[in-house]
Design a protein around this ligand. Sequence first.
Ligand SMILES: [Zn+2]
Ligand SMILES: [Zn+2]
Length: 126
Amino acid sequence: MKRRITKQRQLVLDALMRLYHPTAEEVYDLLRRESPSIGRATVFRNLSVLTEEGMVTRLHLGDDVARYDANANGHYHFLCRSCAKIIDLPQTQRLSLPKSEEFMIESQSVHFWGLCRTCLENPTKQ
Ligand SMILES: [Zn+2]
Ligand SMILES: [Zn+2]
């Protein structure tokens, strides 16, 4: 039983790497095509487990849907406001805040919004 879970988790992780910031629904769509026996609940549960274990980051990028990122190395995100493309950016420095008793920071995420190159070169599409 344990082995089965590990295999499914690996499938979910593989799909995440190939899809580049997919939603849970997109992960499920891809896996269903390749492994029809995999259930929707299984995919969603494994995404949660991977997130809790820190192997995957859950992103909220302004729209209501959560996206998943298998690149667990700290990095920033650029979002194109026209075509919704997401681009990983190197994290140039870690932001730091003065220590506070009011809260405990567990993680940070930084997003930049603008226009990607394709949209800049095709302004009619905006
Ligand atoms: Zn764009
Ligand atoms: Zn990313």
